[in-house]
Design a protein around this ligand. Structure first.
Ligand code: BES
Ligand code: MN
Ligand code: ZN
Length: 496
């Protein structure tokens, strides 16, 4: 989607024009001028429709008299004082949604901040543009009838801050593209996106300046990724581990490590899942997709920080070679795992990836993302991702980034008592903790692989796939985590 900024109001004279109106406010000056040209027809339409600029309201005025316009669309901005960066993004999202509904391909959007909005003019316009891009997404590659009318091709944003807006928008554009990448990966079905294919797509990110290393099955065996390999051994599609490095910070400074669960399809294995809804398990790699999107975003905006991404890519299938309930495997860390349930595979994949990240990079912190448990949906629904951490400051920073981006996280407890629930008589631990506190015992399992490294685990089973539609996300795959972690990293860059 092409986005340009201009200070000239002439752009609002032809085709599709759009603007925001604050709650109980008046239309912006440029729209009032159009109203005058139309002999007051716009004002009459606003009155007749009882459009008061409330958040969520919109008004589509087709072919206003006396103007060359095809239509004028007004979007309620709600209370201007409450418009923070994410609020402005949501406005952009609602703007894009209204334009798509009107089957517009191109539009001129008046993007001056409503009076009282605390954002700077260039930041407001850039955030609106970002929200429009995030909303303007469809995974339609498998539709033989291409519905081009489902996507906007270009928008011209009219703003007094047309000089500063492009610079403010540049990193947001690459961030939105990275969210789109994460969504594409999660939406892609399991027959198309299996571990080798995912790894190839990661390798292609080298052109952005990331260093990428792919570990194949043979190397993984040699290195001792036995827990990860055990999950993959029932599949005809061999596992991979992809490692992405971004060195934008000081040389020798310990990196931030991001680890992702990349189960490209989770059938459950021998502990097979019920067939109803199993198709959703193509999205069981949303953690890995988020890490990939994040690393792409960091590289594209030239983040001044060192970061590594480690994703474990496997397919969990039942066959004659598959692991069985009761198997005991020795993980990369040396700790042994009794596999009581082959459907609790994510933690086994992550265990080896966490160990690898810690031992190889001695990172300043580790954040892992995983569609780890159905139980997190029981606890938090689709509103918040579950956050588990051994470090209060890290947990608080992530919660703040969550509020700022709308990718919200809620902290859950960890403790010795929960840890005891994964003890086993034969092995060091079992891979399930029973019916109760399922998300917590899964997190306790991961905790055993991070030592004293500051660490946070985000359970995104409710937010990363089969996600709730929002102003800025129209898709089954939300790309959850990319914007959250980009904001978290940016905050640390600015602090340093
Ligand atoms: N990938 C699933 C978790 C999941 C469930 C993600 C629903 C998204 C939506 C995970 O591998 C799994 O199967 N977890 C089991 C763990 C249990 C066997 C201890 C679960 O949540 O039931
Ligand atoms: Mn599973
Ligand atoms: Zn899974």
């Amino acid at each position: 989607m092409k986005i340009t900024f201009t200070a000239s109001k002439d752009a609002l004279q032809k085709g599709v024009a759009a603007a925001f109106m604050e709650k109980d406010g008046k239309p912006p000056a440029a729209i009032a001028a159009l109203d005058e040209e139309s002999g007051g027809q716009i004002a009459r339409a606003i009155k007749a429709a009882d459009f008061g600029g409330a958040k969520g309201a919109s008004l589509d005025i087709p072919a206003p008299a006396g103007l060359e316009l095809e239509r004028l669309i007004l979007i309620g901005a709600g209370e201007a004082e409450k418009l923070d960066a994410h609020g402005a993004e949501c406005l952009g999202g609602r703007m894009a949604a209204a334009l798509l509904k009107a089957k517009a391909e191109k539009a001129a959007v008046l993007a001056d901040a409503p009076k009282g909005c605390p954002l700077k003019a260039d930041e407001f316009a850039a955030r609106v543009a970002s929200g429009m891009m995030l909303r303007n997404y469809a995974f339609d590659k498998y539709k033989s009838e291409k519905k081009d009318d489902r996507k906007l091709t270009s928008a011209r944003l009219v703003t007094a801050a047309a000089k500063g807006a492009p610079a403010a928008f540049k990193p947001l554009r690459s961030l939105a593209e990275s969210v789109h990448l994460a969504r594409d990966l999660v939406n892609e079905p399991g027959n198309v996106l299996y571990p080798a294919v995912f790894a190839r797509k990661v390798k292609a990110l080298e052109k952005l300046g990331l260093e990428v290393e792919i570990l194949d099955e043979k190397m993984l065996r040699k290195m001792g990724f036995n827990a990860l390999l055990a999950v993959g051994q029932g599949s005809a599609n061999a596992p991979r581990v992809a490692i992405m490095k971004w060195n934008g910070g000081k040389q020798g400074e310990a990196p931030l490590a991001f680890v992702g669960k990349g189960v490209t399809f989770d059938s459950g294995g021998i502990s097979i899942k019920p067939s109803n809804g199993m198709e959703d398990m193509k999205g069981d790699m949303a953690g890995a997709a988020a890490v990939t999107g994040l690393m792409r975003a960091l590289a594209a905006r030239g983040a001044k920080i060192n970061a590594v991404g480690v994703i474990g890519l496997v397919e969990n299938m039942p066959d004659g070679k598959a692991q069985r309930p009761g198997d005991v495997v020795t993980s990369l860390s040396g700790q042994t795992i009794a596999v009581l349930n082959t459907d609790a595979e994510g933690r086994m994949v992550l265990a080896d990836c966490l160990t690898y990240a810690r031992d190889t990079f001695e990172p300043a912190l580790i954040i892992d993302l995983a569609t780890l448990t159905g139980a997190i949906l029981v606890a938090l629904g689709k509103e918040y991702a579950g956050l588990f951490s051994n470090d209060d400051e890290l947990a608080e920073d992530l919660a703040a980034a969550g509020m700022a981006t709308g990718e919200k996280v809620w902290r859950m407890p960890l403790s010795r008592a929960y840890d005891k629930m994964i003890g086993h008589d034969v092995a060091d631990m079992k891979n399930t903790g029973g019916r109760y506190a399922g998300s917590i015992t899964a997190a306790q399992f991961l905790k055993r692989y991070v030592g004293d490294t500051p660490w946070t685990h985000l359970d995104i089973a409710g937010t990363g796939m089969a996600a709730e539609k929002t102003d800025i996300n129209p898709s089954w795959a939300s790309g959850f985590g990319v914007r959250l972690l980009d904001a978290f990293v940016k905050e640390r860059e600015e602090r340093a």
